[in-house]
Ligand binder design. Structure first.
Ligand SMILES: [Zn+2]
Length: 255
């Protein structure tokens, strides 16, 4: 891709695909412009912090805070003053108490809080069986049985050049995006929910075919994007577009 093509893509992607300006979001959400409030959950896996958080910066219609988990899942201990429209999971922490599990489910199922799951968060909360049903996948960190089927420990490979296929170009998250190239990490050997609405696939021997999908959980919209290992992915314009649209779509402001 040459520089000029990139400029056109940068400037035309939001318009061509129905991304909303903050005023439109305000119209949809009520009487005054209101930003989508996002909490980005981290912890349990290294990543390059500042490059990652550029994924959420400089948008008029989005504000975010990081919730770096020191006790794996303390964000969900008390949700009585919950104030976020969307949870972005980029954590790989494991422990989540029954109380926190219930609160997590209440936020999604009953309150309709959106959920965006990125990359190694597919391997989070491995002992909480409901989690895979919420996000639509599970990266097995150990050999295990899932629904009566033996799953060996999942595998991964860094630093691959991949062609991502957009298999649902009608969905608001992928609308107007054609197949694209990305330098990223692959996962293989995951369990996938059979009722995922698959958006993205890849054909590579080190990767599972499905790498992006949506689903619902109660009143919540959920989007999981398997990619997103390091700055090579964070700076990819297509990945950036997918992440911000996933936030808007799970918030209910991108139709
Ligand atoms: Zn990774």
């Amino acid at each position: 891709m040459n520089a000029w093509t990139k400029v056109i893509l940068w400037t035309s992607l939001p318009i061509a695909t129905g991304l909303l300006c903050s005023c439109q979001v305000g119209l949809l959400r009520g009487s005054r412009p209101e930003k989508v409030k996002v909490v980005v959950v981290t912890g349990g896996h290294d990543f390059e912090h500042d490059p990652f958080f550029t994924l959420f910066q400089d948008y008029d219609d989005i504000e975010y805070v990081e919730a770096a988990q020191k006790d794996d899942s303390e964000l969900f201990e008390d949700i009585s003053r919950w104030k976020y429209d969307v949870i972005v999971l980029y954590n790989m922490t494991q422990n989540i108490s029954p109380r926190r599990q219930e609160n997590f489910k209440t936020l999604l199922r009953d309150k309709g809080v959106g959920l965006v799951v990125l990359h190694h968060a597919e391997a989070a909360f491995g002992n909480w069986d409901e989690y895979r049903k919420i996000i639509g996948a599970k990266y097995p960190l150990t050999d295990q049985m899932i629904d009566g089927v033996a799953y060996p420990t999942g595998t991964y490979q860094h630093d691959l050049d991949l062609t991502v296929h957009v298999v649902d170009p009608t969905h608001p998250i992928t609308r107007g995006i054609q197949d694209f190239e990305i330098h990223d990490e692959t996962y293989k050997g995951l369990w996938f929910a059979p009722d995922n609405n698959v958006l993205l696939t890849v054909d590579h021997p080190t990767s599972d075919k499905t790498i992006g999908w949506t689903r619902t959980y109660g009143n919540a919209r959920v989007c999981t994007l398997q990619g997103g290992h390091d700055p090579k992915a964070y700076e990819n314009i297509y990945y950036r577009a997918l992440v911000v649209r996933a936030i808007r779509w799970t918030a209910g402001v991108l139709k």
